[in-house]
Design a protein around this ligand. Sequence first.
Ligand code: CP
Ligand code: NVA
Length: 308
Amino acid sequence: MKKDLLNLYNLSREDFDNIFTNAAKLKRMLKKGIPYTPLAGKTLGMIFDKSSTRTRISFEVGMYQLGGVALFLATRDTQLGRGENIADTARVMSRYLNAIMIRTYSQESVEEFAKYATIPVINGLTDLLHPCQILSDIFTIIEKKETYEGIKVAYVGDGNNVANTWIEAATKLPFYLSLGCPKGFEPDSDILKRGMKEAMMGIELHHDPFTAVAGADVIYTDVWTSMGQEDEKEKRKKIFRTYQVNKKLIEHAGSDVVIMHCLPAHRGEEITDEVIDGLHSIVIDEAENRLHVQKAVLEILMQGGYYS
Ligand code: CP
Ligand code: NVA
């Protein structure tokens, strides 16, 4: 049966570790210049309903490096943009392609696509979740801290798709997750409730960012206004003002704290130049790892998949 990557909740710890081990292997091979083309002759379709720099480039380059090709499909240029339904599109695309990556608004659309597709479907970001990002983030934490086990990750800011996916990861892997979000901007309530019940080590929700980051090994933030929320930008800027990741905030974390951000950053809003460009910041390594981790996912899914 084909495998999808629609969320992180459906992965087992073994699945995560398989992806990380494979990503480390692929990264080492790439750095040594060893060609590795297990996906020769295979094609990934990439449906984009929202903008992207990292996701598009890393998937496209990743497929090329693995010997395959990727097709960029802007929704508005396909018949999807003129109302062709998801089921027909998924069934037809499954006859041409070997896997599909989708970036869109609704998580339900990606799930519906996966239901009708007979090839693997990868969630490249929805309003609810961003699984490829958090897989790459945890891989980056392993590189910097040797393990994710027992690490305290503090997520400060909007309870958005990135925050929701961190919660899913913390239900499956043994690390602490501390969320610092303003009232009314907490993560998805169902994901949070389930996460708090099932977390392997613990998930805390704070409204005070200083409490959230106390003793943290990782401070993570994301934009205050996600794609699709542009109308709320000014309102959000005021509400989130005290949730900025700045020098004062990071002084409350552990002395070897690393600073992460999925990017793109709105410098001067959720994070200062001083912090994102500072010694603790690992945001560029984090962005690079999208390539290695997604290649690992592509190889696993497109070759039949050894994850559940
Ligand atoms: N972090 C991330 O998904 O970046 P893009 O929006 O540039 O793809
Ligand atoms: N939360 C952001 C992440 C961008 C990668 C958004 O959805 O716009």
